[in-house]
Ligand binder design. Sequence first.
Ligand code: PGA
Length: 251
Amino acid sequence: MRTIVAGNWKMHKDKAEALALLSELVKANAGQPAGVEVVVSPPYPFLDLAVNAVKGSGIQVAAQNCHAAASGAFTGEVSVLMLKSLGVTHCIVGHSERRQYFGETDAQVAEKLRTLLFHGLAPIYCCGERREEREAGRHFHVVEAQLNEALAGLTADELERCIVAYEPVWAIGTGLNATAQQAQDMHAFIRGLLADRGAASVPVLYGGSCKPDNAAELFACPDVNGGLIGGASLDASQFSALIRIARERKA
Ligand code: PGA
């Protein structure tokens, strides 16, 4: 089973800071045994320099969003073909912040996911319930509905090129992470849904206040295949510690 540690920088860092963080990560990753796939996801303006900065290091670069169309009159948007032309290999889709602040629907997310697959980029598909949905005991139902909409009609081969990130919305940026048991229960549930579609080996990452002090427990869960990291990915030593923990846990 693959293990992936992906850093979502969100709307943080200027150019000099981005370069500094990338160079620290490249240094920290040098000579490390393969086994854990490392992905960084800087904002759009830094994707080109990121692809160049990580060349030969084994680190891969993801975008945080994309448009579903190949090109067109969509002021302010970025297409998958543009990302591909830069050497970007992954793209986050369906992050809860995009759903919450930009009104992205499951249907739009599904369309982006298909465009990414069509052009050979790996979607990092985010799902997860809000706090009130968990409190109402609806979290499995919510995640199942999200996955059903996003993954409908994909072949097992297409699914195998996806990465799923379970990110309970109440845990994102709050310092309140899911417990290992909550994560494992949901990840096992997601694994079952993927297995029903013939794609049991799709990596399922945990995201939501994952930090070096709670990652060992989370990454040790049998159905947790690494993490999608926000805040702790902005600091080279914290992000490197998370990669190290993933490596040790999955060795
Ligand atoms: P966080 O963010 O690690 O800061 O909670 C995770 C994410 O939004 O991907």
